[in-house]
Design a binder for this molecule. Structure first.
Ligand SMILES: C[S@@+](CC[C@H](N)C(=O)[O-])C[C@H]1O[C@@H](n2cnc3c(N)ncnc32)[C@H](O)[C@@H]1O
Length: 319
């Protein structure tokens, strides 16, 4: 049985409210194919009945899994390459030119998927920075499932083949059975956390570089504007925002200057640009880790004092 219009409407509304991801008419097949494994796991042979169960069950974990199943987690090592070259050759040297030594750089990979992006960052910075400069990376995503994979630091041969240069694999990974595992030293540079981009940023103080790549494309205009506004509040005055190759602040938020670096582009907050009141966007039903959690340093990571304490997830609100 094909997915009913009513079931599709409920899933589409749920996913938009919880994550900001838009699922307009025409995405029925996507919804059906992403939810079929969950439906089968729950004993259903088709998705409409499973959606009815999720809708009436009051089972927050099940509802979250429905939302997570509709995220797209496509990623690879050193994706697009030029952002990582730009970081090494231009962005980091420029930032350090203004900083006293010893210096400490704070980087946020704000939709990190299964971890290839923050670990690629960690490899880039480990290779590029002098000993007088340390760094740490906060890596966040909405999906707990991808974060669990990222935290494990284990990748299949197929995943490693997608963009990881052999010399870096040899230097930073150890073979464990059929998989490759990130070495503990590099692993310790990345602090993984669940965070919904619709919520206030999970950081205290200013971030030097924010990677917000290949995620704005899933949102409508007010949601993009609200997220860019969140970023403008936490980025350092000389900090750099990096978006995906198909993404831009142009026509979305006028308070960013485009900085052309090699073939790619990056954005810097215009000097003294004020934070705008965020446009009205769906606030996430649950799972957001925002200011409500309190600006308390966490124990995660060696110097993770700039990461706010996670908020306790609100309960209920399943409709
Ligand atoms: C296509 S991946 C991009 C991964 C990586 N940044 C890259 O460019 O390779 C998009 C990621 O955004 C996450 N995402 C979607 N909506 C989100 C939200 N509201 N808050 C946080 N992460 C979200 C998804 O779970 C997914 O892992």
């Amino acid at each position: 049985m094909a997915l009913s219009a009513d079931a599709f409407a409920w899933v589409s509304d749920l996913v938009r409210r919880r994550s900001g991801i838009q699922l307009p008419g025409g995405k029925e097949y996507l919804v059906e194919s992403r939810l079929l494994p969950l439906a089968r796991e729950a004993g259903f042979t088709e998705v409409t009945g499973f959606v009815a169960r999720a809708r009436s069950s009051n089972d927050e974990i099940l509802v979250r899994r429905v939302v997570e199943a509709l995220t797209t987690n496509e990623t690879s090592w050193f994706r697009d390459n030029s952002p990582f070259v730009a970081l090494k050759q231009k962005i980091v040297p420029d930032l350090l030119a203004n900083r006293q030594r010893p210096a400490h750089l704070k980087i946020w990979s704000a939709a990190c998927s299964t971890g290839q992006e923050p670990y690629s960052l960690a490899m880039t910075l480990t290779e590029a920075l002098p000993p007088s400069v340390t760094f740490e990376i906060l890596a966040t995503d909405l999906s707990q499932e991808v974060l669990d994979r990222a935290k494990s630091g284990r990748y299949s041969q197929l995943e490693v083949n997608r963009g990881l240069p052999a010399p870096l694999m040899v230097r930073h990974f150890t073979r464990v059975g059929a998989e490759w595992e990130i070495n503990p030293d590099l692993r310790s540079k990345v602090n993984f956390r669940q965070h919904n981009l619709l919520s206030s940023p999970p950081v205290i103080g200013k971030v030097d570089v924010i990677l917000l790549r290949n995620v704005l494309i899933y949102f409508d205009m007010p949601t993009k504007q609200a997220i860019l506004n969140h970023m403008s509040r936490v980025i350092a005055d000389d900090g750099i925002l990096m978006l995906g190759a198909a993404e831009t602040t142009l026509g979305v938020d006028t308070r960013w200057d485009r900085v052309q670096i090699g073939p790619g582009s990056a954005y810097r907050k215009m000097s003294a640009a004020p934070s705008a009141a965020p446009p009205s966007v769906p606030s996430p039903g649950t799972g957001g880790a925002g200011v409500a959690g309190g600006r308390v340093p966490t124990q995660a990571g060696p110097k993770a004092g700039w990461v706010a304490k996670p908020a306790a997830a609100p309960r209920g609100a399943l409709s």
